[in-house]
Design a protein around this ligand. Sequence first.
Ligand code: XIL
Length: 480
Amino acid sequence: MSSLMRRTAAAFAAGALLTGAVLTGTAHAEQAERDAAPLQSTLRDAAAAQGRFAGTAINDGLLSNPTYTSIASREFSSVTAENVMKWETIQPSRGNFNFSGGDRLVDFAQQNNQQVYGHTLVWHSQLPSWVSNGGFNAEQLNAVMTEHITEVVSHYAGDVAYWDVVNEAFNEDGTLRQSVFQQTLGQQYIADAFRVADAADPDAKLCINDYNIEAINAKSDGLYQLVSSLLQQGVPIDCVGFQSHLILDQIPGSFQSNLQRFVDLGLEVIITELDIRIPMPADQAELQRQAEQFAEVTEVCLAVDGCVGVTVWGISDRDSWVPDVFPGEGAACLYDDNYQAKPAYYAMLEAFGGGDDGGDDGGDDGGDDGGEEPGPEPEGCAATYSVVNRWNQGSVVEVSVTTEQALSGWTVEFSLPAGSVTSGWNAQVSQSGTQVTATNAPYNGSVPAGGTLSFGFQTDSGATYDTPQITLNGAPCATA
Ligand code: XIL
């Protein structure tokens, strides 16, 4: 993707919020509700207000990158080790335990008041060959597995809130994967792994985690049968992790009812590795749909009482595992290659009930218009003009106008102090000289008394300037 396209994608972020607010009736109702209380401006705060955690996978190699760590600490309340707690890293040869990466993650989490989500104890992948090809018999492999779980879980006892005890145990048809554990120990290995983990840290919550189990399908049916039987046997299992490595436009319709059936068994459910991949290069329409789909997944979790958190798998598209594993696909995360928030970020924040405070992204502070001629006294409308994103040669602006009178059709005008409008949304935005005129789109011309209209536009200038005077249907508005 060219750097210009990347910027455009980041800039398009503003559209996500506006489209959501204008297009749906429920968005209006939610907005009214939120107006009553201050909006949470980070994912972690917004999720916390809903009793959920917002998590991310952390790449150990990026903990020295301040841009990365500032987003990780500001936005997320839960951190999962992307790799450093996996078997190949933590016990690369028998009895040789390497906790350094995991310990760094725990330190980072403690500094930032975050929960640590442990990933993962028993998995066929990223498993060192001394285990996978060790030629152990059942008794030996059981000892190897028990040692591993006991050492790792007791090392982190008190520091790790959740463990993915068993990862990816299933085939797509719902039968158990023929991993070395399954082949050597039979299905009993799963119950045993949970019992051993529970003995090592009775307070940690213990999960089974998998992919392609978001829908009600053969694989999630197999898992459902297994966890039902584990619970009947009194195995200490607390939760199911739904990885949710999803494909754009393929969010399963049965996601919510599927989560619900696991919750109905008495388990917590967690979205553990969310990303939504797009064939590359991703265009703006795709990024917009991706935003809606991140919001949809978040709403699915919020709709299910036992869904305790949503973790995204990586912070930026640059850090994501997707391009390495799915050639030709990418752009699957909340932040772009330059760590700029994408539409998906804003949509997820909004889905959690939070919102942009209008100032974080270099937004205009609404400066004093000192030098202007005094115009007619503002009445009947109040406007905000927020520069939500600004870079060398561009900016994204959101304009909202609250009207005292009901409107059927509107025109908002102001003079743009710098640059030209290159695109607009939720209005027809045109420019003549410095004068910008925005008229309602076919779907948002009616605004009730006390209602708010919103639209946005992008320009080709990154210059800073004071908030211009804004008029609504010719009448000047108070500007915040
Ligand atoms: C991935 C990591 O993101 C990559 O860095 C690594 O090379 C391979 O593993 N399901 C899981 C995760 O449970 O551990 C995987 O993470 C992604 C799929």
